[in-house]
Design a protein around this ligand. Structure first.
Ligand code: MRU
Length: 353
């Protein structure tokens, strides 16, 4: 499996996703500041992977802390959490992971643990977030694969793969699981302007796994659907509101409307950590605006005239009415989503006791 992010001694190592597929370079983060920068600059990206990185970055920062006494340690912990929270605003997995680390810290502090013991506890939690994410992807894959018929031509947008998670992937996990079941699947990967996660990352990881993959520009998705060449769409998510409205990479909304028009099933695959019941609907999801340079340039080459206005919202919101269902590690949920998603959390809480 692809090593998206891992501990190596007292460092966190991640593959530099900005450099793929040309170069497979691994970046070693020695401080929480370096991890925060890696998230902001998209060395690591994808909602679940951002959450995992934030948890590890916080644990790493506190492991290396030179704070004297638990009070100073607690102040430093809060500052480290704030720094992580300021990296990227849309992917709710980031805030979910930070909250989880805060709860872990509070439990240890309540038990009167020393700074060293708290650091150990935080590292255990960060490792648990990582391992649970892989397990969630495998479970999503198993549920989602049941929806994909043998011989399907599957369209996906952006990269919701092993690189965007702790491993295996959410949307690409569904595809991987279908292929592992022996189904013949042909994948169409939207190029995904402007950061090209589809043509660079999805194509790279699926091709590496020997999965039949064709890259298209997003403007080709509509004509292919109209020609009857797409049977199924599956994408990931950065934040799913309580009513099912889904923020994902810019361009997802267009794909969803097209799928609806052509009566093609459109599924979102995401772990419960991407579902934000505190956000009522898509209008309340913060959308990240990224550097104009991502649009104006391709590598070092300028594509647009100097001085021209540019917009670069990194995500869009797909209204829930376009979703056929949401594939999670707890099963497949359907409309009305405010009921089914709420119940998914209640059932999980009941099971956890
Ligand atoms: O800007 P990115 O590359 O972090 O955006 C990633 C996406 O939009 C993914 O589809 C989403 O995070 C789901 S990843 C399993």
């Amino acid at each position: 499996m692809l090593p998206t992010i891992e501990w190596q001694g007292d460092t966190i190592v991640m593959v530099d996703q900005r450099k793929l597929p040309g170069q497979e370079i691994y970046v070693r983060c020695r401080t929480s500041q370096e991890v925060a920068k890696a998230i902001r600059t998209m060395i690591i990206r994808g909602a679940p992977a951002i959450g995992v990185a934030a948890g590890m970055g916080i644990a790493l920062g506190m492991r290396r802390s030179t704070a004297k006494g638990t009070k100073q340690f607690a102040v430093e912990f809060q500052k480290t959490c704030d720094m992580m929270a300021a990296t990227r605003p849309t992917a709710v997995n980031l805030f979910w992971a930070i909250d989880r680390m805060k709860r872990t810290f509070a439990e240890g502090a309540q038990a009167g643990e020393s700074a060293d013991e708290l650091a150990d506890r935080l590292e255990r939690e960060a490792r648990a977030i990582h391992d649970e994410d892989v397990a969630s992807c495998k479970a999503m894959g198993a549920f989602g694969a049941s929806l994909v018929a043998d011989g399907s031509r599957v369209l996906t947008h952006c990269n919701a793969g092993a690189l965007a998670t702790a491993g295996y992937g959410s949307a690409l996990g569904v595809i991987r699981a279908a292929v592992e079941q022996g189904k013949r699947i042909a994948v169409f990967a939207d190029e995904t302007r402007p950061f090209l996660q589809g043509s660079r990352l999805t194509a790279w990881e699926l091709h590496r796994d020997g999965i039949n993959t064709t890259v298209i520009t997003e403007s080709m998705a509509g004509p292919l659907m109209r020609a009857g060449e797409i049977d199924f769409v599956v994408v990931g998510a950065d934040r799913i509101a309580a009513n099912g409205d889904t923020a994902n990479k810019i361009g997802t909304y267009t794909v969803a409307v097209l799928a609806h028009e052509h009566k093609i099933p459109f599924y979102v695959a995401a772990p419960l950590s991407t579902i934000d019941l505190a956000t009522p609907d898509g209008d309340h999801i913060p959308i990240e605006e990224r550097d104009q340079r991502e649009v104006s340039h391709l590598g070092a080459s300028r594509l647009t005239p100097v001085g021209v206005k540019i917009r670069n919202p990194a995500f869009d919101v797909t209204p829930h009415r376009y979703l056929t269902g949401i594939i999670t590690e707890r099963g497949i949920f359907r409309a009305p989503f405010e009921v089914s998603l709420k119940k998914a959390f209640e059932d999980r809480a009941l099971q956890a006791g």
